[in-house]
Design a protein around this ligand. Sequence first.
Ligand SMILES: Nc1nc2c(ncn2[C@@H]2O[C@H](COP(=O)(O)OP(=O)(O)OP(=O)(O)O)[C@@H](O)[C@H]2O)c(=O)[nH]1
Ligand SMILES: [Mg+2]
Length: 240
Amino acid sequence: MGNVKAPKSSRNSRGTVACDNTTMHLLQANDFVAETIRKRMADNGILMINIVSSAGSGKTTLMQETVKRLKDKYNIAILVGDLETERDADRIKEVGGNALQIVTGGICHLEAQMIWQAIEGMNLEGVDILFVENVGNLVCPASFDLGEDYRITLISTTEGDDKPKKYPKMFLTSEMMVVSKADLLPYLPFSLELVTKDAMDVNPDIEVLSLSSTSGEGLDEWCEWLATKVKEKTTAKAVS
Ligand SMILES: Nc1nc2c(ncn2[C@@H]2O[C@H](COP(=O)(O)OP(=O)(O)OP(=O)(O)O)[C@@H](O)[C@H]2O)c(=O)[nH]1
Ligand SMILES: [Mg+2]
């Protein structure tokens, strides 16, 4: 296999592949749809980002701030997953964002099939970035590839700095860890150094960025990172 990584659904923190069972077959079906989505995004040059975290880590607030800062530069579409209510999509629309709510009706994660159904009903013409705000849950969404280019895990300073080693699959399958609510760092026993070390022990390739949607610190770096990735995606489409 060389450097080829196992699909995200079957990766675990011990570097082995999960055994063959019914759940694995379901995950393989998910991976098939995810690859179809990935190809569609590549054909359209759309950067797709899956935002995952525990409930309340600041995903929707970050989406709102991202829309406010980048809506004149990029065409951004956002799919938002929640068990119930359209509240998050409404919050994003309030700041001028193009958002569509996926109500999972009790399911604790988004699956590739849900994304496929949602994008069937969307006009993706001219879209530069498709964000998916996953259901707030640090466990189940780790197993479901949605066809994204990047999976980004938010961990807020209020959750405690011990999460990467307690919920390793999420950090193992993410390309970036965003430490959110950085404005609260002076008031909390949260070590940026420790959370970074633990996340890199789990996944040595993970990028780390700390930011606050409230104070604005780190948001320039966040927007610059997005701009770099949009450019890479557009260039990849141009040469394909
Ligand atoms: N101090 C501080 N509070 C924040 C920040 N970002 C979000 N919050 C607050 O944290 C709470 C949860 O934020 P949301 O953006 O709704 O979190 P979420 O991850 O989308 O939540 P779910 O969708 O329910 O999982 C809200 O009260 C926000 O105002 C931040 O950077 N600093
Ligand atoms: Mg939310």
